[in-house]
Design a protein around this ligand. Structure first.
Ligand SMILES: [Zn+2]
Length: 430
């Protein structure tokens, strides 16, 4: 991804640097050749060349680019799970992903970690974004997911005579687990996404207290993935599933819904981050009826929501790390609503806006394994910055509205927001 060759000065705004430090009133950020050169009060800001680009924050807020830590580029605001793999062919879904990526950037998300996608779309999406062919967040890829036979993701009945191989590797035992990971290694993904447990979405056979993989399968996934320098994460709701994943050596826990004391100790022992993705549960409860979810499914989401709020609070209060990601891409929880997760964590979970912003920036970048490159406004980091009208500490929901963004920068280049130039059409040369 290209960087801005010159100097950019962002001024007249309060700086929230993403480290959790108190805001700096009337702050200035100077970006030179795409990299942050100064962050601090206007009084002590260095002088810059006359031709420097100036961005006036209008007395609003200047913060690091947001990181969506559980991003499903190929989920196209579906109404039912099976839409994910059989409604549209991969060709059309690929086009939809580029729309989702542009939207994410316009919403202030300069980076995103994939939580699973159709075929190997996110690996190629990342290439197109990195080569500046389409606008979108810097991506960490995960490709297809892994789930055991009969588990949450094995929903196509045998009489349909179609498998799940576009979306998930359905495995039976450790040999299949290794085989699936090796295929992902060849695909070039960075994360292996698995399904240790079920979900409220499948109350009959794979609910949120059901295990969908054995410990041995999960351990085989981790050993094979780590051998090739891939990281492993998993959809973990049930208490035993969370602990199995942590004992197997998982690098991240998605949801961590019903964590107990032992699970919390295991999580903290290796400082494993957790991405609760909770606003999805609230949206499922509030809007489920409208989309035809049964009362049983909605009740399960309510139980998940209550358990998830408790677990997220416990993890953060015990010194653990939370990433902000929201499983966006369902009809009731569509792409573009990403920052609702942040508002939810302030209003419903009780975190402070500074805590939530740190989770959504610094921790997100750490989960991507790129904490030394971006995620905070610090000297030497990439100029991935969002400039937004209004005080996000007083009202974090300002971030939910695309129209509030003055500028969204990647590597010092204004890519979205009110002052953004039209995105240039690039003719790719081979
Ligand atoms: Zn997900």
């Amino acid at each position: 991804m290209k960087k801005h060759p010159g100097t950019t000065v962002i001024h007249n705004g309060q700086i929230i640097d993403g480290t959790g430090a108190p805001p700096i009133a009337n702050g200035v950020v100077v970006i030179e050749s795409g990299v942050i050169k100064y962050v601090g009060p206007a009084d002590t800001a260095p002088s810059v060349p006359d031709d420097a680009e100036r961005i006036n924050a209008n007395g609003g807020s200047i913060l690091p680019g947001l990181v969506e830590a559980h991003f499903h580029a190929t989920y196209f605001n579906i109404r039912a799970l099976e839409d994910l793999d059989i409604k549209y062919p991969v060709e059309y879904v690929s086009l939809l992903t580029s729309v989702n990526c542009r939207l994410a950037l316009e919403c202030g998300y300069t980076s995103a970690r994939s939580g699973g996608c159709l075929f190997n779309v996110d690996v190629w999406l990342k290439k197109a974004i990195e080569e500046d062919l389409i606008p979108g967040p810097r991506l960490s890829t995960s490709g297809r997911e892994i789930c055991s036979a009969g588990g949450l993701m094995d929903w196509n009945p045998d009489f349909r005579k179609i498998g799940m191989e576009g979306l998930v590797f359905i495995i039976n035992g450790t040999e299949d687990a290794r085989k699936a990971v090796r295929a992902l290694v060849k695909d070039g993904v960075e994360w292996v996404k698995t399904y240790p447990t079920g979900d409220a979405a499948a109350p009959d056979m794979n609910d949120h207290h059901t295990l969908c993989m054995t410990f041995e399968e999960m351990h085989a996934v981790v050993a094979t993935a780590h051998n090739h320098n891939l990281k492993v994460t998993g959809h973990c709701r049930a208490t035993e599933g969370i602990k199995n994943a942590l004992r197997a050596g998982y690098d991240c826990i998605e949801h961590g819904t019903f964590i107990d004391d032992e699970g919390l100790d295991l999580l903290l022992e290796r400082n494993v981050p957790c991405v609760p993705a909770l606003y999805f549960e609230k949206a499922s409860v509030e809007r489920g009826k409208e989309f035809g979810l049964s009362q049983r499914v909605i009740d399960g989401h309510q139980e998940t929501l209550d358990g998830g709020i408790e677990s997220a609070k416990r993890i953060l209060r015990a010194g653990g790390r939370l990433g902000m990601g929201g499983d966006y891409g369902f009809g009731w929880n569509p792409h573009g609503d990403y920052a609702r997760e942040l508002t939810f964590f302030v209003k419903d979970v009780g975190l402070t806006p500074l805590e939530v912003i740190k989770c959504a920036t610094k921790t997100g970048a750490e989960i991507m394994g790129r904490g030394d490159e971006f995620g905070t406004l610090e000297v030497g980091k990439l100029g991935d910055v969002v400039v937004v009208d209004g005080n996000v500490i007083d009202d974090i929901s300002i971030l939910e509205e695309r129209g509030n963004f003055i500028a969204v920068l990647q590597g010092g280049i204004v890519k979205a927001g009110r002052i953004a130039p039209p995105f240039p059409t690039i003719v790719k040369e081979e």
